[in-house]
Design a protein around this ligand. Sequence first.
Ligand code: HT7
Ligand code: ZN
Length: 873
Amino acid sequence: PQAIYLKDYQAPAFWVDQVKLDVALDDHQTRVISTLSLRRNDQREAGLPLVLNGQGLTLKRIELAGQPLAETDYQYQEDLLTVARVPDQFTLVTEVEIDPANNTALEGLYKSNTMFCTQCEAEGFRRITFFPDRPDVLTRFTTRIEADQQRFPILLSNGNPIERGELDNGRHFVTWEDPFPKPCYLFALVGGNLQAVKDTFTTMSGREVALEIWVEPENLHKCDHAMRSLKASMRWDEQTYGREYDLDIFMIVAVNDFNMGAMENKGLNIFNSACVLAEPKSETDAAFQRVEGVVGHEYFHNWSGNRVTCRDWFQLSLKEGFTVYRDQSFSADMNSAPVKRIEDVAMLRTAQFAEDAGPTAHPVRPDHYIEINNFYTLTIYEKGAEVVRMMAELLGRERFRQATDLYFERHDGEAATVEDFVACMAEVSELDFSQFMRWYHQAGTPKIEASGHFDADARTYQLTLRQHTPATPGQADKLPLHIPVRMGLVGPNGHDLPLELNGEQLGTETVLHLREAEQTFTFHNIAAEPVPSLLRGFSAPVKLAFDYSREQLAFLMAHDSDGFNRWDAGQRLAVLALQHLVNQIQANEPLQLDPALIEATRTLLNGEMTDKAVLAEMLRLPSEAYLAEQYEQVDVDAIHKARSFARKALADALYDDFLRLYKVNQRVGDYAPEANQIAERSLKNTCLGYLMAREDEATIALTQEQFNCADNMTDQRAALTLLAHAEDPRLGAEPLRRFGESWAHDPLVMDQWFSLQVTRPQADALDRLKMLMAHPAFSLKNPNRVRALIGAFVGQNRVNFHRQDGQGYQLLADVVIELNRLNPQIAARLVIPLTRWKRMTSERQDMMKAQLERIRQESLSPDLFEIIEKALA
Ligand code: HT7
Ligand code: ZN
């Protein structure tokens, strides 16, 4: 496979002003007739051939301007259809046949259970018909769908239905017309025996929009939350960004087989059922929040992605980074804003930082790729969102809104670039973003080393910040970035000190602009040594090192005026304590948990913290994955042992406090997935988790009771996980059996059942995984099942994936080899943990590389080829 380079971008040779699609659905022989109205872009290129993308299509007929083409007039090879002699404006008709029922890649048109559906982003439309499959070709679509009326009574596509009717042989048709020109990656089509929950929304200008969520009949009772979330998203986008919905109808369809979370097709969003269905008995609070976030994300794409789309796929973060920033702000407004920020940052610092440090590191705007599907990454999405967040911070709320208004207005109906977006920021703010643009070009996580010096005589505090971005594959040398560092100085009484810098009074908090490799900021009139609170709110996606003492961290935990930094101080304190335990384990010394951590936790448990959601977050120890991120050489076993020991030591020392908080937060009254209750459950179950670290009889009884009596999945699943993860395997056996039996009819719940069994930290996890892969509810063809079982094992069960005998690696390689045939996109995602061998001990490195070599021997899809080559480079 060949790499594609951003520098080679050329405008399209032809525009498609209109496309008429005629799709006759059939399991194995779907017929697609497309009529393209083509127009040459540049008259100076008159005479050059027409080249269209097409993958796996059986060409039946081709006509140019009403005349059938002779076989010598065109060529279809290597996924390109070339028509040699074409005029500057003409109509091209092609008729092709495709086989949706055998499409296991889940790109293009495929079958999921009994329904037909499509996934065209990024390059799936070429698997449906011949077309210039690139995002800068915007076309008006009219789509006629024809199918068996009994099996597929519902036929949907983008836009508005304009005609429907019955045909011979029990078939029927519906024709849809989308008035908005769109790139073909936003095309969608669905056919099935579906039912809908319907509602309406009145937009800010008073138009009524029909809202429909289409699902298989057994899921009809799981749509209310998605509908509520959709209406909330529509209102929020009007109020926050002034963006109104533009069509008369907005539809969502839930499908069971889907490679990602959801897809923002114009007016017809298609969702992975796991991201749209939610009901208290079967889904957890986390699932409710995921639904709200994903519904918002896809809806917000209607402006950031659809009305203004991307010029090419190198600009992917233009729509994804911006839309993640928008969905994060929406979720923050709907729930606990501090918790949302903590969750997002915790994820970024573990998973995205790991990506930035591994062989697949790439800039927020990559400059080349082999397979674009490999670039739907945390870097494009989450780091991209952080880059937008920094710009929003630099401009301030009002000017950021002016800049986004300008962007949407200036580029409405266009395919834009990252430069276009940043130009709007620069124009409105009159700030210079040229150095800031390096955030888009440079891969890797910058590190800031901070140090402070207090001069009592001069009454100054000097803060020195040094930045450095480590080399990443293909980018050895990095230039300094423009890094906004929000900060304050906390005085001995716990209050922020007034900041005087360069003769200017800045209030008690400011943003320092770090632009050089090293800069010193001298604050004046500082009477006593302060504790610096740096990178407040996580104002930039960087690693910040400051040599805090344990006392200073405990002080910040208690007094920092910035909620995020209070949490972060707790995390830093816990990291120090856990690293100390790791050292003791490695030196074979007796283990002792830092009393400072115990005391800080005691203070939390007995303090006056009213935000229970934040308290639950503060009580949570850093994950094993985050701890691993702190090391050049990772000792997986020691990290696991240290964390388990710390949990038990905290539970032993603070048993009564955990038990009291557990009991205080037992709800009386009906379950609702609303912020206060979610916070209480989160706190209660965190406490139960600590108590169960002891596996004492009383706590076991408490956990069993919660499992038996819970009226909602959050509490039931929390209890079941603790029982299933207990040292004593008998504790989980019966509850797991009962749970599995009673939920056998619901695949989304079965996914939870799969996951919690294979994330069991004990040594029998791999055997259980193998057994569960033979379970009738498991299938390698379904991405949700694969993620629930294999993904959970390799991603969330580090000690067992990295087993010393290498069997975890071997199993993953076996699965990846099989998925390479079935679903390359999923194969390429799943293999990632195996590519991160560099930080492992040398025996593990060898075993991981051996499995990568074994995969390399196969005939690889471009997706897997690109990842494996990077991993072994
Ligand atoms: N824009 C959507 C991306 C997506 C996707 C990409 C590749 C293959 C399958 C896919 N399904 C959805 C999702 C989003 O970011 O909103
Ligand atoms: Zn998106």
